[in-house]
Design a protein around this ligand. Structure first.
Ligand SMILES: *[C@@H]1O[C@H](CO)[C@@H](O)[C@H](O)[C@H]1NC(C)=O
Ligand SMILES: *[C@@H]1O[C@H](CO)[C@@H](O)[C@H](O)[C@H]1NC(C)=O
Ligand SMILES: *[C@@H]1O[C@H](CO)[C@@H](O)[C@H](O)[C@H]1NC(C)=O
Ligand SMILES: *[C@@H]1O[C@H](CO)[C@@H](O)[C@H](O)[C@H]1NC(C)=O
Ligand SMILES: *[C@@H]1O[C@H](CO)[C@@H](O)[C@H](O)[C@H]1NC(C)=O
Ligand SMILES: *[C@@H]1O[C@H](CO)[C@@H](O)[C@H](O)[C@H]1NC(C)=O
Ligand SMILES: *[C@@H]1O[C@H](CO)[C@@H](O)[C@H](O)[C@H]1NC(C)=O
Ligand SMILES: *[C@@H]1O[C@H](CO)[C@@H](O)[C@H](O)[C@H]1NC(C)=O
Ligand SMILES: *[C@@H]1O[C@H](CO)[C@@H](O)[C@H](O)[C@H]1NC(C)=O
Ligand SMILES: *[C@@H]1O[C@H](CO)[C@@H](O)[C@H](O)[C@H]1NC(C)=O
Ligand SMILES: *[C@@H]1O[C@H](CO)[C@@H](O)[C@H](O)[C@H]1NC(C)=O
Ligand SMILES: *[C@@H]1O[C@H](CO)[C@@H](O)[C@H](O)[C@H]1NC(C)=O
Length: 482
């Protein structure tokens, strides 16, 4: 987990952690097919790439829906995704492709350290895997040879989904990109509009839900710093039920960082099912707002936060909040293969610094955090050798990753959620256009990171249910509407 300190909190958890048991997936077998190690021909070997396929819902004339795998260490079964019901409602052939270099879709055996042979883990190869896979599927199911093909994915997988539609429109006729980061300007040290968007965005979320609680959070840092630096660290320990007392300015800095990061993740991953790796309650953000609202103490929100996360942050000390372990590092993180994703972060998906913090908003009202990200990124990426971090300009030129190309694209639906900071650096609103093929941004209230892509769950908001319904409507329009 060496990179996690520098990861944007945004991307650490691409999905709810719903890893499957043995056999991997409950209904549809995980199969293997031979994929080229390098589509550019610099390696003639193949590797076994994992996929799922079901014709249970397919009627000739219906679409082919492909789930684009992402950075999960486990195999993401289609059975846990809303795409299964999309397929049922649109009479689709449904398939899912695992991402190369993840889970068991590895070209050179198990990945155990950063010295793996990474050279074929390129954006080109990842996209061409999907193109080749669709060709393969259409051979396997000849009735679907001309099926309208729609790709869907979330978070980093949402980014890939968008890139597939932009760069391989002849294969992918439509795309549903959930929580897709689009503005990868973070690598533009030190000047970027988007570098600070994560804490700013989540400040707005708290302000939207409760002005009083946002105020308390904002003020609590000053009060905490004063208590700690004036020798009353044990007072802070008592207030927040910490395992140990913070005793100096360095401790204050760490504690604030851990709690601020945690409060941001609480919003991003505010799912209706409690995530065992992060909190013991469902809808933890709403829980915090509700339970902290009755108190006039400036520490009420932080106190509620430590209460609902302490048993998960360090299970060895379930009765107090252990901020010295990095605390919120355990919040999110589950299920991601960091060795492979770290390489991607250091090359073609340069989001590494988007989780950086600055004064402003309610999380860091106080003096500037040390902006050590640039050095941190360099140090972490050094583990992979002499890698090149793509600049936004390079991505724009080579892969059409720019606002104009996206606005020009047809048949693409961006789904975004209120609680998810990625909403702050995904696409902006498009010009209104009555054409059903025009690109569309669908923002849902009461919705967390990539929630629409995940199957229905008790407690899902109306917003996310509406978003899923809209996705079905668009798939029908793109497939049957001409
Ligand atoms: C791949 O195979 C072709 C045809 O056999 C050969 O010409 C080429 O040198 C091989 N490439 C590599 C990288 O081994
Ligand atoms: C692949 O994912 C499955 C769960 O879907 C998990 O049981 C298995 O251990 C994973 N394999 C590796 C190499 O991580
Ligand atoms: C790193 O992984 C490679 C295989 O990918 C292996 O050959 C090598 O021994 C590993 N190195 C260490 C230090 O574990
Ligand atoms: C797909 O389209 C081609 C070219 O129009 C046609 O020859 C073929 O019969 C079609 N296949 C199916 C299964 O509809
Ligand atoms: C960043 O912006 C400042 C102020 O506009 C400018 O002086 C500086 O040259 C810029 N740095 C880079 C690396 O673009
Ligand atoms: C330390 O903080 C606690 C909790 O806020 C408070 O009750 C106590 O009076 C403070 N002690 C001093 C010496 O200020
Ligand atoms: C701050 O206090 C911690 C113990 O809480 C200690 O380990 C650390 O060395 C102290 N740092 C400084 C700069 O005094
Ligand atoms: C907040 O206070 C109101 C009025 O005293 C009470 O009815 C409610 O149950 C309290 N809510 C919580 C979450 O404690
Ligand atoms: C969550 O953990 C806290 C602290 O251990 C406990 O007070 C609370 O009852 C737990 N809530 C649930 C729903 O388990
Ligand atoms: C947070 O508090 C600072 C004072 O510490 C104040 O200047 C700032 O306006 C507050 N921000 C918000 C968003 O309330
Ligand atoms: C947008 O589409 C128009 C019409 O097809 C084309 O002329 C223009 O070059 C495109 N612009 C971009 C940035 O793709
Ligand atoms: C819309 O979503 C609701 C809740 O998931 C579902 O019951 C309903 O059938 C959906 N409507 C359509 C048209 O898909």
């Amino acid at each position: 987990m060496f990179l996690s300190k520098f990861l944007p909190q945004a991307l650490i958890l691409s999905f709810l952690t719903i890893a499957s048991a043995a056999g991997y997936c409950p209904l549809y077998e995980v199969q293997l097919y031979d994929q080229k190690i390098d589509h550019a021909g610099n390696h003639n070997g193949t590797f076994k790439q994992q996929y799922q396929l079901t014709q249970d819902y397919y009627k000739p004339g219906g679409p082919l829906i492909m789930y684009q795998g992402a950075e999960n260490g486990y195999f993401s079964c289609m059975e846990y995704l809303s795409l299964l019901s999309y397929a049922a409602e649109t009479e689709a052939l449904l398939v899912g492709l695992n991402h190369r270099y993840f889970n068991e879709s590895v070209p050179f055996g198990p990945i155990t350290n950063a010295s793996y042979d990474w050279q074929y883990l390129t954006l080109d190869n990842v996209m061409k895997d999907s193109v080749e896979f669709v060709r393969f599927v259409k051979q396997q199911v000849p009735a679907a040879a001309n099926a309208t093909t729609i790709v869907a994915g979330g978070s980093y997988g949402g980014f890939l989904t968008m890139m597939l539609r932009l760069n391989h429109p002849e294969t992918f006729h439509g795309a549903i990109a959930s929580a897709a980061p689009v503005h990868l300007e973070c690598a533009n040290f030190p000047n970027t509009t988007y570098q600070w968007v994560q804490p700013d965005y989540v400040s707005n979320v708290y302000e939207d839900l409760s002005w009083e609680i946002a105020q308390s959070i904002n003020q609590s840092w000053t009060v905490m710093e004063e208590m700690i630096t004036k020798g009353n660290g044990t007072g802070v320990q008592d207030e927040l039920n910490l395992c140990t007392a913070p005793s100096n300015a360095t401790d204050f800095f760490s504690l604030q960082n851990v709690l601020s990061t945690g409060l941001q993740r609480l919003s991003q991953f505010n799912y209706p099912q409690a995530q065992a790796s992060s909190t013991n309650v469902s809808l933890p953000l709403n829980h915090l707002i509700k339970h902290a609202s009755n108190s006039t103490s400036v520490f009420a929100p932080l106190k509620e936060y430590t209460k609902i996360t302490m048993s998960t942050v360090n299970p060895a000390t379930p009765d107090c909040y252990d901020w010295t372990t990095g605390g919120s590092a355990a919040v999110g993180g589950a299920g991601v293969s960091m060795l492979s994703f770290g390489y991607i972060f250091c090359t073609y998906f340069p989001l590494t610094t988007c989780g950086a913090t600055r004064p402003g908003g309610i999380f860091y009202p106080d003096p500037p955090q040390a902006l050590t990200y640039e050095a941190g990124v360099a140090a972490n990426c050094a583990a992979y050798g002499n890698v090149h971090l793509w600049t936004p300009q390079e991505l724009s030129h080579a892969y059409k990753l720019n606002d104009q190309s996206i606005a020009n694209m047809t048949n693409i639906l961006f789904t975004l959620g209120q609680y998810d900071p990625i909403t702050g650096y995904s696409v902006g609103e498009f010009e209104t256009d009555g054409d059903v093929h025009a690109p569309r941004r669908w923002y849902a209230s009461n919705t967390a990171h990539t929630q629409d892509i995940v199957a229905w769950w008790e407690g899902d908001s109306q917003g996310v249910m509406d978003q899923r319904n809209a996705s079905v409507a668009y798939i029908k329009a793109w497939t049957y509407g001409g």
